[in-house]
Design a protein around this ligand. Structure first.
Ligand code: PMP
Ligand code: GLN
Length: 380
């Protein structure tokens, strides 16, 4: 049988590749982004409670009402906008599903989609499966800011969608309010939809506020805003995320979501809703992760790696250009095997495979693991 691949260039994601290698080598895994510390026992107790109470059947298609209410409450508290729980919120199986549903809902064959690279790796395959044309714009090393003049130049009659991501994975860059204004000016009077990937909304540092597109009334009209409880409650394995959008876009989003997964895990939704009633469970996150970032950066100073800025997310970039001129993929694999520390090579997040000799390290880990990793890296 001749199989005509719909994704001929796609292999196994780097997150699976590096985590597998880390496990095989017994290396400290700072590659795939997942927290290496326990989940709050209060939230796991809620899962237990709701499972035992019988909340084990299909959830309503857009999510259980109590969770949608809590999402609305949180959105209002943080971004001063109260989404309608019936028409403007949909709970999904992680942000990955939300991104796929959102992209599928708007991209038609031949549509151009602007993305910013290095870009999270699920965007391009989803765009291509819809027949969309990826228009990549590079964020410039080492600050990874957006050159909005370049965006303006790349917007065409065919541009259907712009996918943004702040705080940004993998670079840790965080938008200023001027970025919101620039985006707004570019899309005004067009038919361009914005998908705003805000899964790290609670992880910004040094008092830098998160710039959600929800804060801007005009942008919100044309945006689908995506977040993930995996990032917020250290539960990446539960795969619960959500999308907020105005009714017209949400209606299209739900048409896809209902046939992609129909609905997401019921007891986890109830548990998250119950846990969210105490706002401190998410409001403490910036200081919690800032301590981890500072700890990791302090220990990285004992290595020859050049530490790049980190304003948000739980990822730290570091350049090894003073140490080796190997490709970042080879270097990342070698230090996993020889120095026992796994990271992610940043070139995989570029269409062009641009290699600035930069690695991404996840610092959502226990202090002992972070300091041991830096001790190993100091031998480089
Ligand atoms: N977007 C970005 C930028 C991410 O980093 C991730 C995962 N780390 C996702 C989306 C997917 O989130 P989820 O695990 O909830 O599917
Ligand atoms: N988003 C996580 C990261 O950036 C990984 C998600 C995944 O493994 N698919 O590391």
């Amino acid at each position: 049988m001749k199989l005509n691949s719909k994704l001929p260039k796609v292999g196994t994601t780097i997150f699976s590749v590096m985590s597998k290698l880390a496990n095989e080598c017994g290396a400290i895994n700072l590659s795939q982004g997942f927290p290496g510390f326990p989940v709050d026992s209060k939230i796991t107790a809620f899962v237990d409670k709701f499972m035992k109470e019988g909340y084990n059947q299909y959830a309503p298609m857009p999510g259980v009402p109590v969770l949608r209410e809590q999402i609305a409450k949180k959105t209002n508290l943080l971004y001063n906008y109260l989404p309608n729980t019936e028409t403007e919120i949909c709970v999904t199986s992680g942000a990955t599903e939300a991104l796929f549903a959102a992209i599928t809902a708007v991209v038609q064959p031949g549509d151009e989609v602007i993305i910013f690279e290095p870009a999270y790796d699920s965007y391009i395959p989803a765009i291509e499966l819809c027949g969309g044309i990826v228009v990549p714009i590079e964020l410039k090393y080492p600050n990874y800011n957006i050159d909005w003049n370049e965006v303006e130049d790349k917007v065409s009659e065919k541009t259907r969608l712009i996918i943004t991501n702040t705080p940004h994975n993998p670079t840790g860059a965080v938008w200023a309010s001027s970025d919101i204004d620039s985006l707004k000016n570019i899309v005004r009077n067009t038919n361009i939809v914005v998908i705003s990937d805000e899964v790290y909304e609670h992880i910004t540092f040094d008092e830098t506020p998160h710039q959600s597109v929800i804060l801007d009334e005009e942008l919100l009209e044309r945006s689908m805003v995506i977040s993930s409880f995996g990032k917020t409650f250290h539960t990446t394995g539960w795969k619960i995320g959500y999308c907020v959008a105005k009714p017209a876009l949400m209606n299209e989003f739900k048409k896809v979501h209902q046939f992609l997964t129909f609905s997401s895990s019921t007891p986890f939704q109830y548990a998250i809703a119950e846990y969210m009633k105490d706002e401190s469970n998410y409001l403490h996150l910036p200081s919690f992760f800032q301590q981890k970032r500072d700890f990791f950066r302090e220990h990285l100073k004992n290595t020859k790696l050049e530490i790049l800025p980190c304003k948000g997310t739980y990822f730290q970039l570091a350049s090894y250009k003073n140490i080796s001129d190997e490709s970042d993929i080879d270097f990342a694999k070698r230090i996993t095997k020889e120095y026992g520390v796994a990271s992610i090579p940043v070139s995989v997040f570029y269409n062009s495979q641009r290699d600035d000799k930069v690695l991404r390290f996840c610092f959502a880990k226990q202090s002992a693991e972070l300091s041991k990793a830096c001790e190993n890296l100091s031998k480089l």
